[in-house]
Ligand binder design. Structure first.
Ligand SMILES: Nc1ncnc2c1ncn2[C@@H]1O[C@H](COP(=O)(O)OP(=O)(O)OP(=O)(O)O)[C@@H](O)[C@H]1O
Ligand SMILES: [Mg+2]
Length: 235
């Protein structure tokens, strides 16, 4: 299986705080990887380090086979890794339509799997609000817009950090439906969410962090009911 993102012996620091302690990581083409761990264990830091947002780091990172050990965020983006950060990345003063269209671009090899029509079909709620400003949307709609913007880039992989945090149950269900749809298209996905059962159900593989170390990884179906998983999640 070919790797989209690969990292070896990854360390990261915020100032003098040593946060990641030698993580090996891979995200393969077409797979969904669920990243789990209690609060503050380093999930977002791992993502941010892989994508070049944390500058104080060591270890080897490759994206699509290119060495991005010293890479910057735009380089990972240009290689097709779309990132939906915690807390969403939308433009509040632009309309939904503008937010989506400004993100649009063909994928590598000129592919346009995610056409405008397909995006609208995937997000009926956004379709009803194309003329609204991003900032006028509910939290759930903003999250969908953020995911929609990521898909408009026709990525090779999508990274979703806390995709459903703080959202009402109905909209959470809708976002998981979208994640399942994305997964069904074969787009490689890295997903972080508090609901470990749903993460496990929607993932091929799980990776669990504890205090900046990878303490458990393997097939999601095999791990979902494993006592070690519940142990590391403090359940
Ligand atoms: N910008 C920062 N500066 C200093 N320390 C930070 C910063 N961001 C995170 N940390 C610390 O790094 C550690 C890992 O945080 P991180 O946000 O990666 O965890 P997480 O697993 O994503 O947690 P959560 O489930 O709360 O999102 C925590 O101890 C946190 O306090
Ligand atoms: Mg986090």
């Amino acid at each position: 299986m070919s790797s989209l993102i690969e990292a070896r012996d990854l360390h990261a620091w915020y100032g003098s705080s040593h946060i990641l302690h030698g993580i090996d990581f891979s995200l393969h083409c077409g797979e969904t990887l669920g990243l789990l761990g209690k609060n503050g264990m380093g999930k977002s830091t791992l993502i941010r380090t892989l994508l070049g947002h944390v500058r104080q780091r060591s270890g080897a990172i490759t994206v699509q086979g290119r060495d991005l050990s010293r890479g910057r965020p735009h380089e990972a983006a240009r290689l097709g890794i779309a990132y939906v950060p915690e807390g969403r990345g939308i433009f509040p003063n632009l309309t939904v339509r503008e937010n989506l269209l400004m993100a649009a671009r063909p994928g590598r090899d000129g592919r346009r799997a995610w056409t405008w029509e397909r995006i609208l079909a995937t997000f009926p709620r956004l379709t009803e609000r194309l003329g609204h400003l991003g900032g006028q949307l509910s939290g759930g709609e903003q999250q969908m817009l953020s995911i929609g913007r990521a898909l408009m880039t026709n990525p090779e992989a999508i990274v979703l950090d806390e995709a459903t945090e703080g959202l009402a149950p109905l909209i959470v269900d809708e976002i998981w439906r979208v994640i399942a749809q994305i997964r069904a298209t074969g787009l490689a996905t890295l997903v972080v969410d508090r609901d470990y059962r749903r993460v496990a159900a929607q993932s091929d593989r799980l990776l669990v962090l504890q205090k900046g170390r990878a303490v458990l990884s393997g097939d999601a179906g095999a791990l979902r009911d494993a006592p070690e998983l519940r142990h590391f999640l403090g359940l």
